[in-house]
Design a binder for this molecule. Structure first.
Ligand code: SF4
Length: 314
């Protein structure tokens, strides 16, 4: 089935996934890939499925969900590989457009220096781009690209796309321990993103088994540092460490609220105190969450922050 879900996504709400690439054809072979090893490392655009078949399957799924009154916020190309390798991508978007649901493409952006790819992606409402590294050495190590790819051309392609795209661009940066989590690399990524001006910049870590064994998520300290560095110049930086779809806000459940907020934004100690005051609670709530291993306190530039701790993450 080439249409699946809908799955709750913090970035996209209720997202009906479209799998337009067979497993696993990609331009990258990221060490942290959570859908397994790249089987075909390629930059060759191909037609994997006919636009008729794909549109029919997506339409059937949407009809079925509409009958059950299930909400769909986005139709999202989020395949078992790189979606822009599909030569029919533009045609596919045109064919599902009459369904009248916003369309997203989650791409690594590696083919954005090509005009035909930029043209195809312009048809979407939202495009998510991967920015894991700016220095060539780190990029080669982390994303393990096809040998014909060039990082400078990719980054230029992203900027070129941004200049013509009318929809929303969001970015995702996956942080890995000892690979791309140095202050210097993160600063360079933040500088590039500041020029790109995405609607939102997400910082994430792998939460499922990775393609290469021994690849570890960045430490809580590094995640917090990255968030603070991003925040200096990117007003819409968010921390994305799982817990997709967990909306936050004062719900009356203090523990749930705090865990929801801190899985998106590390909270300054003052903000936590302020929140507790409003909720009529005291610091014992925090002590308890730390004791249960759900929250962690880290320091950055002399200030204390609190972050949601992922189960099983050291
Ligand atoms: S770009 Fe995406 S699909 Fe391709 S290897 Fe990297 S994480 Fe996996």
């Amino acid at each position: 089935m080439r249409a699946f879900g809908p799955v709750p996504s913090r970035r996209l709400g209720q997202s009906l996934g479209i799998n337009n690439i067979p497993p696993k054809v990609c331009t990258y072979s990221c060490v942290y890939c959570q859908i397994g090893k790249t089987i075909e490392l390629s930059t060759q655009r191909q037609a994997f499925y006919t636009a008729d078949d794909l549109a029919r399957e997506v339409t059937e799924k949407v009809d079925e969900l509409r009958k059950r009154q299930t909400k769909i916020d986005y139709l999202s190309f989020v395949p078992d590989g790189e979606p822009t390798l599909d030569r029919n991508l533009g045609k596919n978007i045109d064919r599902i457009r009459p369904l009248n649901i916003k369309i997203a493409v989650i791409t690594n952006g590696s083919l954005l220096n090509r005009e035909d790819v930029r043209e195809n992606l312009q048809k979407a409402d939202l495009v998510s781009l991967k920015v894991d590294a700016i220095s060539n050495k780190t990029w080669l190590k982390t994303d393990r690209p096809h040998k014909s790819l060039d990082l400078k051309a990719i980054l230029d392609g992203m900027l070129e796309f941004k200049a013509i795209f009318k929809g929303d661009i969001i970015t995702e940066t996956m942080l890995l321990k000892g690979m791309n989590d140095s202050h210097e690399e993160i600063k360079r990524i933040a500088e590039f993103l500041t020029t790109l001006k995405p609607q939102k910049s997400y910082i994430s870590i792998p939460t499922r088994p990775t393609a290469v064994k021994g690849v570890l998520p960045a430490s809580d300290q590094a995640l917090n540092m990255a968030y603070q560095v991003f925040k200096e110049t990117l007003p819409k930086a968010e921390y994305l460490i799982g817990n997709e779809g967990n909306e936050f806000g004062f719900s009356g459940n203090i523990e749930e609220d705090l865990l929801g907020i801190t899985s998106v934004h590390p909270m300054r100690e003052e903000a936590v105190k302020e929140y507790l005051k409003k909720a009529g609670a005291d610091w014992d709530v925090i002590t308890d969450l730390i004791r249960k291993g759900l929250l962690i306190g880290v320091e950055y530039q002399g200030k204390n922050f609190y972050l949601r701790k992922l189960p099983g993450k050291d």
